[in-house]
Write a protein that binds this ligand. Structure first.
Ligand SMILES: Nc1ncnc2c1ncn2[C@@H]1O[C@H](COP(=O)(O)OP(=O)(O)OP(=O)(O)O)[C@@H](O)[C@H]1O
Length: 553
């Protein structure tokens, strides 16, 4: 794309200051978005990116500063005013109505009518016109309920909904955090098409490579202030990281030393139903040993969530057995599983990980309600719980460090750090982490990764589910690839390439079985074969190999 295209400002934020009580989320920030460009907004967790865009979108009133749109001063009292001025926002958490169809969601609140009735054929024509103008594709899904669609398509619905409301300035708040690698590529292409058609985009992200590949200009926020704006074509990941963190960030991989011990978690032929009683997991076998990180890779929606929920007791296992430290736990309650030493970092920090309206002190108690350290004879020792909350906040650098504020006041990345801290500090034997660094900035990602590796080295078993290939290759000692409800292979992260992993995740043959067959090994790329390591990639007893210290880049 043309990184140097000349263009006029469409949005200018001048001297924006936004305070929440004592917290200065934005401190005299200037920001200019030019027409037909992608402007990336980077910064550590809590640096003020979302707040700045919420001010632009009319969700928050700024304390000081001025918003200009197309050169005119604007004062948005509510998102509706911002939308009327052509500004739309694609939030991190989609705002779609699950049982309603794609078409109904797109036109919701803006339905064309004819004789007092919703005029669906006009709506269809309008949506098709938008799709062809911006090179988007949704046609085959228009009558499908949202709940039947994957995250990538849902996001496209959000984009079209925003365009349908007349937006020409689109703010994307961490849009790639929930997407798989192919979906990320599609989205970045879509963003380029949107700017080619005259839209102007703000792109909030933690991924420097994405910002560099799609953005024209990049602004970095730190502690609520703007550190500067650079042309994407004339900067590097290192420079951006330094601007964000205020020091050099090492992108080196942490080397691994593993010595797996006894089997901690043993799963045999497990089946788990998904929503509406559809079987989502069928016939999964897996063994996680003490002192190993077992990675599960897969495109979201292939049964990973259901499998993990079955293991932690949030969903019934309909067949097969789950054993933890030799004990059958298949029918055990969620609470007893926690007590027996299984910690869970959930996928959905909004509805499962935290009670948003509660303080961090109360959130620190979640899952510890029967822990003698905090509760005696049914009486909660709030002093100890508070100390615990303060320890988590200090140890995991949760900002702001006030344990009396409610969870909803924390930025997304800081919420995640709090959950990771609370779960790890339970002193578990097994940690199950779903997308542990989703929405977390680079410095904190490094911190969480190192913490998981340290726990592994101390002898804990860790299961990491992630759709970030880089993360899974960096952390895991073995990687199971899940596809259509089953493991199609278990591979060695040191020898599998990212391209091969991508093919496996899409259910394709990555090509390495031919080689294995020639060497006389079995080559059934199914689950059972996978547990036996038939691909030749399964280095299941790494303690003997002594070859696991390799730097992976
Ligand atoms: N509604 C709110 N009430 C109180 N404080 C808030 C509120 N929203 C944001 N903050 C605080 O303002 C600061 C900036 O938060 P913001 O969400 O803008 O950061 P961010 O850069 O988007 O972070 P992340 O990358 O983690 O999403 C943080 O200290 C946050 O705790």
């Amino acid at each position: 794309m043309n990184k140097d295209r000349p263009s006029t400002p469409v949005v200018r934020l001048a001297g924006i200051t936004k305070r929440f009580g004592d917290v200065v989320a934005n401190d005299d920030v200037d920001f200019t978005l030019r027409k037909g460009t992608v402007h990336a907004l980077l910064g550590e967790n809590g640096s003020g990116k979302t707040t700045l865009m919420n001010v632009l979108y009319g969700l928050y009133d700024q304390n000081e500063g001025t918003i200009y749109v197309d050169g005119d001063v604007r004062d948005f009292g509510a998102p509706r005013d911002a939308m009327d001025a052509g500004i739309g926002m694609i939030h991190q958490h989609f705002q779609l109505v699950e049982p309603m169809t794609v078409l109904q969601n797109i036109i919701l609140g803006h339905e064309p009518t004819s004789n007092g009735l919703v005029d669906e054929s006009t709506a269809r024509e309008d949506i098709e016109a938008i799709c062809s103008r911006y090179g988007l594709d949704i046609d085959q899904h228009l009558d499908t309920p949202i709940r039947a669609l994957g995250l990538g398509v849902r996001q496209r619905v959000e984009i079209i909904k925003t365009l349908y409301r007349g937006a020409t300035v689109l703010v994307f708040d961490e849009p790639t955090a929930v997407l798989t690698p192919p979906e990320v590529d599609q989205l970045l292409d879509m963003m380029t098409e949107l700017t080619d058609s005259g839209c102007s985009l703000v792109f909030i992200t933690h991924k420097l490579d994405e910002a560099l590949s799609v953005a024209d200009r990049i602004t970095v926020l730190r502690d609520g202030t703007s550190v500067g704006t650079v042309a994407a074509a004339r900067t590097t990941e290192q420079e951006l990281a330094r601007m964000m963190v205020g020091r050099d960030v090492l992108f080196d991989r942490t080397s691994r030393e593993t010595s797996p011990g006894d089997a901690l978690l043993e799963i045999k032929d497990v089946r788990v139903d998904g929503d509406r009683d559809r079987e989502r997991v069928h016939g999964v076998d897996l063994t996680v040993r003490a002192g190993e990180i077992f990675g599960i890779a897969g495109v979201q929606g292939n049964g990973q969530s259901e499998l993990i929920e079955g293991i932690v007791g949030l969903r019934a296992v309909t067949a097969g057995s789950v054993r933890f430290e030799g004990e059958e736990i298949t029918g055990m309650s969620r609470r007893r599983r926690i007590e027996s030493g299984i910690a869970y970092i959930p996928e959905d920090r909004h509805s499962v990980g935290l009670v948003q309206a509660d303080s961090l002190v109360r959130n620190a108690l979640l899952g510890n309600q029967t822990n003698d350290n905090y509760v005696t004879n049914g009486v909660i020792d709030w002093g100890t719980v508070r100390d615990h909350a303060e320890e988590i906040v200090a140890e995991y650098d949760v900002q702001p460090s006030n344990v009396d504020i409610d969870a909803a006041s924390l930025s997304g990345g800081n919420q995640q750090k709090f959950i990771v801290g609370r779960e790890i500090e339970r002193d578990p034997a097994l940690v199950i982490a779903m997308h542990p660094t989703r929405g977390v900035d680079i410095g904190s990602t490094e911190f969480i990764h190192n913490r998981l590796i340290r726990l592994r080295n101390e002898g804990l078993g860790i299961v990491v589910v992630s759709s970030k290939l880089e993360e899974i290759q960096q952390l895991a000692d073995r990687i199971a690839v899940m596809y259509d409800g089953a493991f199609i292979d278990i591979v060695d992260p040191d020898t599998i390439t990212e391209a091969q992993l991508g093919l496996l995740m899409a259910g394709h043959d990555p090509g390495y079985h031919d080689e294995t067959e020639r060497q006389g090994a079995e080559s059934t790329p199914d689950l059972v074969g996978a547990e036996r390591g038939t691909s030749g990639r399964n280095d299941s007893d790494r303690s003997d190999t002594g070859d696991n210290n390799g730097d992976r880049t």
